[in-house]
Write a protein that binds this ligand. Structure first.
Ligand code: CO
Length: 494
């Protein structure tokens, strides 16, 4: 039996841990840009916590009152929370993408979104418009002295790390061409032997159609692209994330078919033209990081859908990959309203472990955690290595599908779980683990995350002791406003 620990304030949480009305409050636009010291703090910000949490996500859920169809189509907004000497400073800025500037000036939607946002005027006004709006809304990283906002279908935006001003596009000295894709899920290999043990950033891009090309990029610590290689794989690819080990990149090619005709004719967004194929297997594409060392292998496993991987590592003849898996990809319907989602009608994302045997070319899988969970994060020094602890956003309840309201710490070497829940009126996002300076134990540090507090319609920065969730939040920093539910971010010592 898994020994779940008690919730903080468990007695105050009703049977159903949330209301949809409360949850919807986190999907209102935040139009203002702020810059202030956070003075409304419960608890103590640890003196040793130094650095900056950057978050990215859709800041606008409408353009001048015209609603967008899906949060993934919302204009990217960066939040920056800087910790120093027991205090914290907040700043947020929209990324001045060319399309954001044009739409704000026009006061209306001028571009179709990948996930179904259409220009006003019906299909006639949308047909044959294939322009892609780079919304820069998925992740934000600091690498090689540069702050980059990422969106997987196009090139990164370069930002001033301090002011968050948009400086232009980043093409890594001509390695990327204008509008060339650079995925939103880079992985940082903490210690690369070719770089004398320095960290290295590994990322990819996908070009898809009837067959697909996966391109791998490796950037050294100075931000220079030191390796780039492309591989063709059969079939359509909808791949959002990948995992790395010291020697491999691992991709899950979800069984999804794409029919572009409704998109071409202006009736659906491209993302609404994907159909999950429940009778087709998932292809696991394993690409050696050094193309000189070995060939690409493709293994097959059960049908399912993966957005995010938690981590991977090598063990004998096997690669072990831990991933959040869904039974299928829920289709985005043109007439649907994402705010009206019926959580209970959907199946939860759950944590699975896959053992990929490179010698036998077999896949074995096991369920590690059945609780609804998303946004996995591990200690940065353990990326691609054997590891013990995993942090995730999770549902308050052990079973069923529900919005994320809690943070879950999974101990992979025992059955121990620790959970901190913001239910009934709080809603969780991606937790980021920050190691304590000079730490030796894998869970010696803090978990830092944004929580939307529907009672006050504002967001909190929550700091948990990663070693012990049970003592409750060690600090809860109340912002003066809410931040719409975001996607990904990173912590950096700047
Ligand atoms: Co993601």
């Amino acid at each position: 039996m898994q020994s779940f620990q008690l919730y903080e304030r468990a007695s105050t949480v009703p049977d159903k841990s949330y209301t949809r009305g409360d949850w919807q409050g986190g999907y209102q636009s935040l139009k203002q840009e702020f810059d202030y010291w956070i003075d409304d703090v419960e608890g103590q910000i640890p003196q040793e916590l130094h650095g900056t949490l950057f978050r990215n996500g859709p800041g606008l859920l409408d353009v001048n009152g015209q609603p967008i169809h899906h949060p993934f189509d919302g204009d990217g907004m960066i939040s920056r929370i800087t910790f120093s000497n027991g205090r914290a400073h907040f700043r947020n800025r929209f990324i001045r993408t060319s399309a954001y500037l044009e739409e704000q000036k026009a006061g209306k939607i001028l571009y179709r979104g990948v996930f179904g946002t259409q220009k006003p005027g019906g299909w006639q006004n949308n047909a044959f418009d294939f322009r892609l709006k780079n919304i820069a809304n998925t992740n934000v990283i600091y690498w090689g002295g540069k702050l980059l906002a990422l969106w997987e279908a196009a090139d990164p935006h370069l930002l001033d790390a301090h002011t968050l001003e948009t400086l232009g596009k980043e093409h890594f000295n001509g390695v990327l061409s204008e509008s060339e894709a650079f995925a939103a899920h880079p992985r940082i290999d903490p210690s690369n032997p070719e770089d004398v043990g320095a960290p290295r950033l590994v990322n990819f891009s996908i070009k898809t159609g009837r067959s697909s090309t996966i391109t791998i990029f490796e950037l050294d610590f100075t931000g220079k692209v030191v390796r780039k290689h492309a591989h063709s794989v059969p079939g359509f690819c909808f791949i959002h994330d990948f995992a790395i080990t010291p020697n491999y990149c691992i991709f899950f090619q979800n069984p999804v078919a794409f029919n572009p005709i409704p998109f071409v004719l202006g009736m659906r967004g491209a993302g609404e033209c994907m159909k999950f194929q429940p009778n087709q297997p998932t292809s696991i594409v394993i690409i050696p990081r050094n193309p000189q060392q070995g060939k690409v292998q493709i293994l097959k496993t059960h049908s399912g859908f993966v957005f995010h991987h938690a981590n991977a590592f090598e063990e004998g003849d096997e690669i072990v990959v831990d991933s959040i898996c869904y039974e299928s990809l829920p289709e985005v319907e043109p007439q649907s309203d994402f705010r009206q989602v019926d959580f209970e009608a959907l199946k939860p994302g759950q944590l699975w472990r896959f053992h990929l045997n490179l010698k036998d070319e077999t896949v074995r899988r096991e369920l590690l955690e059945s609780r609804c969970c998303e946004f996995p994060h591990v200690h940065p020094s353990y990326v691609g290595r054997p590891y013990r602890y995993l942090y995730m956003g999770a549902a308050h309840s052990e079973s069923g599908n529900a919005p994320l309201q809690a943070f879950l710490k999974v101990d992979l070497q025992s059955t121990e779980r620790q959970i901190w829940s913001a239910a009934p009126r709080g809603f969780a996002s991606e937790p980021v683990f920050v190691p304590r300076p000079g730490c030796e134990k894998e869970d010696d540090g803090w978990v830092v995350a944004l929580v939307y507090d529907s009672t006050h319609h504002r967001s909190d920065v929550v700091i948990l002791d990663a070693n012990d969730f049970h003592q409750g939040a060690i600090a809860r920093l109340h912002l003066k406003h809410h931040i719409p539910y975001g996607l990904h971010g990173s912590f950096n010592i700047i």
